[in-house]
Structures are given as C-alpha cells and as structure tokens.
Design a protein around this ligand. Structure first.
Ligand code: ADP
Ligand code: MG
Length: 711
C-alpha cells in the first residue's frame, strides 16, 4: 500500500464505503490521513467518579478516565422518535448516571457484565443536582487495567462515515504504511535545509504524531493545534501556497506595460503645486512608492492601507494627475453611489483646474443625465479621470487609453472585480485603497500578489476619538456626553442595529423605529433619519442637510459606515454594540473626529451594549482600549476567522486545511520568506520532491505562459 493509492486499497474499504468516502472528498489514502482529529483525550491517569456529596460540590472535575461496570442499561424513548441510551456507571466506590443521545445501537453493543474504560465529563444535572456523564466514550478493557491508556485522538465524521469508523480506518492505514514502508512511510518533500532551520518533524513523523500521539505528548498543544506536528503541516501548506503566489508574481514580471509616464516633475512637486496643504510624512513616503511603480516597466499592483481620513484619496488623486499629464486616462471605482459622488465632488474640487473629470454610476439614467454622452467622451479619450461605481466595469464603459485604475474600499470588491477594471485597459497600473486594515497575515495570503503601502499617520490637528463602552442602563451618561459636543457646535450620529424590531432573530435589540424618538428627544437638536430602506434621493437629501448643519443629529443604521465625510461630526452613539464585529465598530467610529476645528472639542464615541457574551465583552474591551486599526483587525481575525473578516463577497480567499491564519501567522511569515528564496532554486536536484509536490497542487505551474493576462 502506498500513501497516494486509491482509498479502496485500504483494508476494510469496499465499493460502498469507498463511494461514501469519495463523496466526503476522500479518494486516496492521503486524503484520509489529512483528516485530523478534532480533539484529543488524555487518558493517561485513571480517576474516580465523583461521590454523591460532591467533592468539590459545585465545580465539575473536568474530563475523567475511569474503569467502570455499567448497570441498568436501557433504551429510553422520548418524544418524536428520539431515544437515548441510559446506564449507571459504578467504579466500585461511586455510582453516576450515564446517557448517550442518538446512539441507540449502544444498547446492544454494551454488556452489563464487562469492564469499561469510560472517558467523559461529569456534570451536575439541573433537575436534581446528581452527577451525570453525557456521551462518554467507552472502551472494553480486561479485568484490571493498571493504566488508562494514552492520548486518544477523537475524530469527526467524514460525510456519512461515523467517527468510530474513521478512527479505525486512519489507524489501520498508519499501521499498515509503517509496517510495509518503514518509519518514513510518506515521501518528504520539504527541503532538509528548511526543515532543519525551523526544527520541524518530517511529514511521516508529523502525520504519525497527530494520529497516534506518543504517551509523552502535550495534550494541550495537540488540542490547540500548536504541537510541532501541527506546525509542520501548517508550515508546509503555507509554503506551497506562498510558492504559488511567488510563481504568479514571477510570471507577471515577464510582461511589461505598454504605456509610459512622462514625469518631468517629481510627484512631490505636483503635490506642492495642487494641494492646499502639505503631505504628511507617511503620505510622502507612499507617494514615492507609487511614483516608483508608475515609472517602472511593470504594471503597478499596490495596496494602500490606512485608517479613514489618513489621506489615501489625496494620493490617488495625485497619481491620476500624473497619468493625465502623461496623456493617460485613469479610473476610480468606489463601492457605493454615495461614495462615488463624494469622491467625484472632492476630486473635482482638487483637480478640476488641472484635468477633465466625469462621473459614471448605474443610478444615472442614460438619457436624462447624459450618461451616454459621458461614456462617449470617456470612450474617445476626452475624459482624463472617470469616477464611478461598478458601472465602470460594465460592458458599455470603454476607455481609449486607460493607464491607471484605482479601486477604493477594496474589501467591498472581490478580486474578480478588481481584475475586471484592469481589463478595461492594456495592463494598466492598479492602485487599491482600503480603510479596513487587513491583518498582515491576510494581506500576505489573500493579497500576496500585491505590494502593500501603509499610511500610518493622520494629517495634523486630528485628536484621537475617545471611546466609552456603557451598559444599557447608563444611556443617560451617553446622552450627556453627546449633548456636550452638540453645545460646542458639533454633530452626532446615533447608530441602530435594526430599522424595526421585526427584523431577523434579533430579539431585544434597539431599533430605529422603537427608540429613535427617545434619542431624538433626549439629544434635543434638529434630527434626521437615514436607513437602507429609504429611497436614494431622500437619503442623500438628509445627508446633505446633516453635512450643511441644518440637521445636527443623524439617526441611522450602518449605511453610514462607508465614506460619509462630515468634519463637524464629533459624537457617535452605537446602540446594540455587542452585535457588531470589531472591524465594523472601528469603521463606524471612523466617521467622527475627521475635522481639524479644535473649538469643537474632543470627539466621543459611546458604544452601548446590552446583554452580551464573554466574547462580545472582550471585543468591546479591545474597541474601547484601542484606536489602532491593525490591532483591531488582528483581534477581529482571531475572533471571527478570515471569511468573516473579509466578508462573504471576498472571492479568492484561500482555504487552508491545516494552517490557521490567526493562530499560525508566524509560520506564514516564515513560509513567505522561504518561498521567495526557494522559487529560484526549484530546479536544483535536492528540491525535486518540492517541485513535484507543487506541480501536484497547481497543474498550471508546468506551463508558465498560462494565465499571464490580467494582474
Ligand atoms: P482617506 O481617503 O484616507 O479617507 P482623504 O484622502 O479623503 O482620506 O482625506 C481626508 C481629509 O483630509 C480630506 O478632507 C483631505 O483633504 C484631508 N487631508 C488629506 N491629507 C491631508 C494633509 N496632509 N493635511 C491636511 N489635510 C489633509
Ligand atoms: Mg477614502
């Protein structure tokens, strides 16, 4: 038997089981071995069942391994065809009830006269306070075992194949492979040098250790997936992925861009010429990075990250101006109409005297707003800078010579949309801007093909926003804090998680409809209401009045999350804060404290939370303590995972089987560095196994010309 043999070569796998396994994605023996245990039980020391008096009375003693006899074994029928199996476990001293749910067959398999090694967690029953163990594992043992056995892996099911079967198959396969092929039963593909440098076990050692942990293994490390074996598997996976990204990058570098920039002026000089303010140090640095990319022979692929208001759009504007002066068109794509319009307005203010701009959104009607005419002028090259929504990537929009494409709020767009915009030109330069700080680990994987710039400095005069987390019965305190800002001439947002109380399953959350009036009265200032169910015209009209100051309080849902720019807004109340993710809270908070007018005082964000879980509390504590978008993003990633952090619309998020971006990111960083070095050495004889492994993973790699189109 070989590791890459079909699963049906494993002992005990016939056609029926083979089909079931295949349906669960398990076609080869290695697929079975890649199915790691979900947890490990420590059965090394034998314990005793808790006594009736309770020792200690309340605290559960945690997982126990005990030798017991089972008495009063019976099947009990509950409502609606559900049944459970009950028994009493007796360790010779104490007796404790045992119950199994959904495993009716146990009543026939277990034997009242035999001894069992029982492993489970005793808990007190709510009804009568008696100890009970639910769903323990039991294993028949000889009369008097003197030790409880080792560290026992527990598997999850594989599709239709139950855990007990999976366990037998995996163990059978590991035994068989070790017998027939020896200690190194699966071929190592990681170069010795990398393995030695990181002190990692070999692939055979790692797979053996996760499926058959030694008696000395740390159960804690295994359960947290931080054992050396887990590290080896995660690192190996990351290394292949990073090599893949590095290969894509390399391929890109074979194709230069057709257009050239004429920069007789340095970008910094252009900035001095058109901006009414001086760039911050961070802006200057990033502008230089952008300029270097533009002047280079390859298309730029750069991600600019920085908190809301740090001045990213200004940098994009300068890049567009440089393009226009070189006779190239540029496009800026924003995720919402409101944001596109805002960008258009501020870019026109800034660049109006220097170039021709147009706005293209799908809200415009072709006839009345003259969209047809606009598109024509874009198409024949008369417009230098086109600002718009995803309407920019629609069929009808054509450019004469697109040299630079800018995408704002990247996390709202998928990779595919990013590429669609780039396809509107011939390998244009691409600048991606995001205010959602992407944790370094995610940036390395999801955006591994992008260069990353960081604007980590705010323009002068912006004080940090003070944040307070309050419970619901302290909302008067929030009111007082906001009224103080309103008295100084500031404006306030009150953010509701719901429009009306009937939404979703969110019982008990504050809604605009129910408590909007209370807040309007408590804050005692002219107010308006904005939410997603209002028509665009009405929403925009209210927003403009808020921006102009005839409305001082805006009661809103999270529609204000992106982009809205009102420098006088210095207060925010977020209701039902326990329901929001960290990144979203931070994004909301970014709406205030954007102005430079010191007479308005320090901006205040109060997050009001209802009853919340421990996790929500932790989240809010981080929110209160930190204004650092990156710290927040890392924490968000840790708590919610990459899929949630990037949103479901994010296409192209890599799935890792062993590695976890939050837990193993140090390995990811190592893998990235190693991949850069290894890419040039794949042809060396010692790296043959690695190259084959990589090709197995990415067949396209064998033909490097493929996929060269697009960024
Ligand atoms: P972002 O796109 O990062 O949210 P913007 O580029 O829209 O930030 O800038 C936010 C506001 O700050 C704008 O009003 C802009 O004109 C202003 N601004 C940007 N850079 C500076 C600077 N260096 N000094 C003063 N004001 C600046
Ligand atoms: Mg912006």
């Amino acid at each position: 038997m070989e590791p890459f043999d079909p699963i049906t070569n494993a002992r005990g796998v016939g056609p029926v089981l083979g089909r079931k396994l295949a349906e669960a994605g398990c076609r080869r023996i290695v697929d079975l071995l890649a199915h790691l245990p979900i947890r490990y039980e420590d059965r090394r020391t034998l314990g005793r069942l808790p006594g009736p008096g309770g020792d200690p009375p309340e605290r559960a003693p945690g997982p126990l391994t005990v030798v017991v006899r089972l008495e009063k074994l019976r099947r009990v029928f509950g409502r609606r065809r559900f049944s459970r199996v009950e028994a009493v476990a007796d360790d010779g001293e104490n007796r404790v009830g045992v119950v199994w749910f959904n495993r009716p067959y146990l009543v026939n398999q277990l034997d009242e006269d035999a001894s069992y090694l029982l492993h489970g967690v005793p808990r007190r029953r709510r009804a009568d306070g008696a100890w009970q163990v639910a769903n323990p594992t039991v294993e028949r043992v000889a009369e008097e075992p003197d030790c409880g056995g080792g560290v026992r892996p527990v598997y999850g099911r594989m599709g239709d194949v139950p855990p007990s079967r999976v366990e037998r198959l995996v163990h059978g396969a590991v035994s068989r492979l070790t017998e027939t092929r020896g200690r190194d039963w699966i071929d190592e593909w990681l170069p010795d040098e990398e393995r030695a440098r990181h002190g990692l076990p070999s692939l055979s050692e790692a797979l053996t250790a996760v499926h058959r942990p030694s008696a000395e293994a740390s159960v804690e490390a295994l359960n947290e997936r931080r054992s050396p074996a887990h590290a080896r598997l995660a690192y190996g996976e990351f290394l292949l992925q990073q090599l893949q990204l590095a290969a894509v990058r390399r391929r890109r570098s074979w194709h230069g861009k057709p257009h050239r920039y004429r920069t007789c002026d340095a970008a910094a000089k252009v900035a001095r010429e058109v901006l009414p303010f001086r760039l911050t140090g961070a802006q200057e640095r990033v502008l230089e990075e952008i300029e270097t990319d533009l002047l280079g022979p390859l298309p730029m692929l750069r991600l600019v990250q920085g908190d809301v208001g740090c001045g990213k759009t200004v940098l994009a504007a300068l890049a567009c101006l440089i393009a226009a002066r070189s006779g190239l068109q540029s496009a800026l794509m924003a995720p919402t109409e409101l944001l596109a319009e805002q960008h258009f307005a501020s870019l026109r203010r800034l660049l109006g005297p220097h170039l021709d701009l147009a706005l293209v959104t799908s809200g415009q009607r072709v006839a009345s707003d003259g969209r047809g005419a606009v598109l024509e002028r874009v198409g024949d090259g008369r417009i230098d800078l086109t600002v718009g929504t995803h309407a920019l990537i629609q069929e009808r929009t054509r450019f004469a010579r697109l040299g630079l494409a800018v995408v704002d709020e990247q996390h709202r767009f998928g990779v595919l949309q990013r590429q669609s915009l780039a396809r509107k030109g011939q390998r244009p330069d691409l600048l991606v801007m995001t205010a959602t700080p992407i944790p370094r680990s995610l940036a390395l994987t999801v955006y591994g093909d992008l260069d990353v710039s960081l604007v980590d400095e705010m323009p002068p005069g912006r004080g940090p926003v003070e944040t307070r987390v309050l419970s619901e019965n302290h909302r008067d305190e929030a009111v007082a804090l906001v009224r103080e800002r309103l008295r100084r001439g500031g404006r306030a947002y009150v953010v509701f998680p719901l429009i009306d109380p009937g939404e979703g399953s969110a019982a008990g959350l504050p809604s605009l409809e129910e408590s909007g009036a209370w807040w309007a009265e408590a804050l005692a200032a002219p107010h308006g209401v904005v939410h997603g169910r209002l028509g665009r015209k009405e929403r925009d009209a209210t927003m403009s009045r808020f921006s102009a100051g005839s409305i001082r309080v805006l009661l809103a849902t999270t529609v204000i999350e992106v982009g809205v720019d009102v420098p006088q807004a210095t207060a925010m109340v977020i209701l039902g804060a326990e329901r929001f993710g960290l990144a979203q809270l931070h994004q909301l908070r970014g709406r205030i404290g954007r102005g430079t007018d010191r007479t308005l005082g320090q901006s205040i964000c109060t997050a009001i939370s209802g009853r919340s879980s421990a996790e929500a509390e932790r989240r809010l504590a981080v929110f209160e303590a930190s204004n650092d978008g990156f710290r927040i993003a890392e924490e968000d990633l840790r708590q919610r995972g990459p899929g949630e952090v990037l949103g479901t619309r994010q296409a192209g998020l890599p799935q890792f089987r062993f590695g976890d971006l939050a837990r193993d990111w140090k390995w990811l960083v190592e893998a990235r560095a190693d991949a850069a070095r290894l890419l040039d050495r794949l042809a060396e004889p010692g790296n043959e196994p690695l190259r084959r492994q990589l090709e197995r993973r990415i067949p396209a790699l064998a033909t490097p010309a493929q996929g060269a189109a697009g960024p």
